[in-house]
Design a protein around this ligand. Sequence first.
Ligand code: TXA
Ligand code: MG
Length: 318
Amino acid sequence: MKNIYSNIYKANLTNLKKAKKNIENDYIIGMPTETVYGLAGNAYSDKSVKKIFKFKKRPNFNPLIIHYKNLMDLKNDVILNKTFIKLYRAFCPGPITFILNRKIKSNISKIATAGKKTVAVRIPRHKIARNLLKILNVPLAAPSANIASKLSPTSAKDVVKEFGNKIKLILDGGYCQIGLESTIIDLTKKPSILRPGSITAEKIQKILNKTIGTKKSSEIVKAPGQLKLHYSPGIPVKMNRKYPEKNQAFIVFGKKFTKERNQFNLSKGGSLKEAARNLYKTMRKIKNKKFRSIAVTKIPNIGIGRAINDRLKKASKK
Ligand code: TXA
Ligand code: MG
């Protein structure tokens, strides 16, 4: 059954099979995950992966995350290590992406990995993503389903707003539960977090029983595009503001803010988890209301608050 948007589909068996056919024929589809929606294609097919880069206007040096249904499939393509096994047991399936060394015999498209010797791999836990992966014989390359440098989509409708009818099939999974992209951890050397997410450094350290590093984005992908504006709502964002300027949208957090005009509360109860879930949704709402800029109150830099601040910092770059 179709939704009011002709390319949003309910994720029943018929439509999952339709999605499978699309993937097998090198088409690209929209897929919900627990973090954000992805733009998914056959990770073993150059043709399919090229389309992803083209749709997203993504620079070809920026590699994609490869999504698997299980460990058995994943180990065909990457070399596992002890740290990975510990983290896999603790957090998978779930919102965490591991950078591991590529196996020589791996079939992953070299375009997907931007020719690197390492691969970003993830086993999502969202039911629809899992159901799709289960009926497929290939892993899915899936970056967030947005035009490069823009906000990631957290609902099927957001994907339509981003790509219109160019993506013929988007599986509807409602709003994403987490709302921010997965944590990325590099396990090819001393473990280090490349992108903070809902699985925090604290949680990871507890499992590994040692401190882990975090890297500045400038050290990660040694390509200039990575350093510029990212996660952008398309209007200026100013962080750590006590008050908004006149006619500026004001993103706030916690109960001390009484609802005033132009105020958007990420979580009245002061839950950082709820704030993370609402961040992109709120920024999209503000953009739609035609505000010209956004001020954001200080967000506590603990737990998932770090991931929120990471995205805000990149969104506020010029
Ligand atoms: O939550 C998520 O991870 C979502 C959903 C759809 O799964 N996907 C996602 O993909 O956020 P994307 O392409 O928007 O972000 C992937 C990030 C990029 O910043 C890319 O540079 C990095 O992963 N990456 C991919 N392969 C890498 C590698 N071999 N080494 C270092 N970073 C890598
Ligand atoms: Mg992205």
